[in-house]
Design a protein around this ligand. Structure first.
Ligand code: ZN
Length: 94
């Protein structure tokens, strides 16, 4: 991954990539970034466990929300928060 600016600290700093959540598909089983197509969520290969009597709706990212991905971790960014130095917007594929 190549960031726009060099890491001035020089260390192996992990940076987060910021994606934009697209609409949830297949009832929330599948969701990708609307900008670059990165798969934010994919449960299509497994059967989610649903406890009897509980809501079977699968949690998905809010459409249009900014989702930070760093390694295997994901988090949401409030709309009004500027990006940190170690956060980079993903690039459109087209
Ligand atoms: Zn993206």
């Amino acid at each position: 991954m190549v960031a726009g600016t060099p890491n001035q600290k020089g260390g192996p700093l992990m940076s987060a990539t910021i994606h934009i959540a697209g609409p949830a598909q297949l009832g929330g089983l599948y969701q990708t970034c609307e900008r670059c197509g990165f798969v934010l969520q994919d449960y299509t290969g497994s059967t989610p466990m649903v406890v009897e009597g509980e809501d079977p709706t699968i949690a998905s990212w809010p459409e249009g929300g900014r989702i930070g991905v760093i390694g295997n971790a994901t988090y949401t960014l409030p709309d009004d928060r500027p990006l940190d130095d170690d956060e980079t917007e993903c690039r459109p594929t087209s």
